[in-house]
Design a protein around this ligand. Structure first.
Ligand SMILES: *Cc1c(COP(=O)(O)O)cnc(C)c1O
Length: 400
């Protein structure tokens, strides 16, 4: 870590001595931060757009020091530092650690806990998170209780003297459960546990967990942040510099699940347009959710933007807008869901989310044996097509 870590730590202020000239401050709006954070005119070349620094190694001074704080790319890289600065700025954190995938970022948070620690996690969450806890971190000695986090009482009852972490995902995958972030922070405080929000679905444009007292935000930057379905990445952003974040940073650099400079650059490039893309995703999702909620061929819509949704009240308090993801149940089960999914023409049958193209998937069959997703459920990532064209495609598919 050494000099690099102290230089990257302060994403709200200083940059490395010969770093780019900053044109923004943390009080600016998120549209402005998205365009300028981690960017600036390069002093050596006057380039407006940050370079992709592919060098794995950096020259030392005669006295043995590293003039710009970089010595080896696993420990620190200028392109990764630019991405981390931007991630910290958008989430309102003090520092960020970028990883090769969202899963590597999640793993780093769990690896930062001591064996024997107790974790509370939601029963509806990105499938890989409980799988990781059960298959890898149970052997590591972590004990996990899965609860319905829409019920703060259930979380309170799950607390034990060894609870060290409450893992929150809101809105959750695939049933769009909404967890009251402020209530979780208050519960964690009663026993000195940390809180983490997987903010992948909401993005910092729609939800700012660190401002609500959460300790860490985790992202799969593979999704909305990069936004073009062409790069894998992850990140952990810290509200304050603390010992747990130091450990996460050290896990990043010593265990080495770091993103390549090119991947960092792609994520950063995508983030420039994040606030404006989110407007399009949300507009489309609101239109499609309203359409589906009124359609007799649909049994139930899961979308916290609908007044009838159980998550509406909490989501409208802690999110700026309800997001670009929704799920719905068909009447029937797997056969009816598959029949419907195969009738779409514009919407693509594929997993993942957050890209410009609308994707639909039968979540239970993607997740496999231990899935908790209903067989009748289809999950939709609303892309950036015109909402009328999306509704036309849903209409013709539901007609069939
Ligand atoms: C995709 C996703 C992850 C995992 O991220 P990867 O980049 O695929 O490793 C974690 N959480 C959520 C909510 C996701 O959508």
């Amino acid at each position: 870590m050494g000099g690099y870590s102290s230089q990257t730590s302060d994403a709200t202020g200083r940059v490395s001595p010969a770093g780019p000239e900053r044109r923004y401050n943390q009080r600016m709006r998120i549209e402005t931060l998205a365009v300028h954070a981690g960017a600036g005119i390069d002093e050596a070349t006057r380039a407006v757009i940050p370079a992709i620094h592919v060098s794995t190694t950096f020259e030392r001074h005669e006295d043995g020091t590293y003039p710009r704080g970089f010595n080896y790319t696993r420990s620190g890289n200028p392109t990764r530092q630019a991405l981390e600065t931007a991630l910290a700025a958008l989430e309102g954190g003090v520092a960020a650690a970028a990883f090769a995938s969202g899963s590597a970022a999640t793993a780093a948070v769990f690896q930062a806990l001591e064996p024997g620690a107790h974790v509370i996690a939601p029963d509806d969450a990105y499938y890989g998170t409980p799988v990781m806890l059960r298959e890898q971190f149970a052997r590591w000695g972590l004990q996990t209780t899965f609860v319905d986090m829409t019920d703060p009482g259930a979380v309170k009852r799950a607390l034990t003297p060894s609870t060290r972490l409450i893992w929150i995902e809101t809105p959750s995958n695939p049933r769009l459960h909404v967890t009251d972030i402020v209530a979780m922070v208050a519960l964690a405080k009663t026993i000195g546990a940390r809180t983490v929000v997987d903010n992948t679905w909401a993005t910092p444009v729609l939800q700012r967990p660190l401002e609500l007292g959460v300790d860490f935000v985790m992202h799969s930057t593979t999704k909305y942040l990069s936004g073009h379905s062409d790069v894998l990445g992850g990140a952990v952003v810290a509200r304050t510099m603390d010992g747990v974040f130091d450990r996460i940073r050290s896990i990043q650099t010593t265990l080495g699940a770091v993103p390549s400079p090119f991947d960092c650059w792609l994520v950063l490039r995508g983030m420039r347009s994040l606030p404006y893309r989110m407007r399009g995703h949300v507009e489309g999702a609101q239109r499609v959710a309203g359409y589906l909620a009124a359609h007799p061929g649909v049994a139930r819509v899961y979308y916290p933007g609908l007044l009838t949704d159980p998550g509406y009240e909490v989501a409208s308090r802690q999110m700026r807008q309800p997001g670009g993801m929704l799920s719905f149940d068909v009447h029937g089960g797997r056969a009816e869901a598959f029949a419907l999914v195969n009738r779409f023409k514009l919407v693509t049958r594929a997993t993942s989310l957050g890209g410009p193209e609308t994707l639909i998937e039968h979540r239970a069959s993607v997740e496999g044996e231990h899935t908790r997703a209903p067989e009748s459920l289809l999950r939709v990532s609303i892309g950036l097509e015109h909402p009328d064209d999306l509704i036309d495609d849903f209409a013709q598919a539901l007609e069939g």
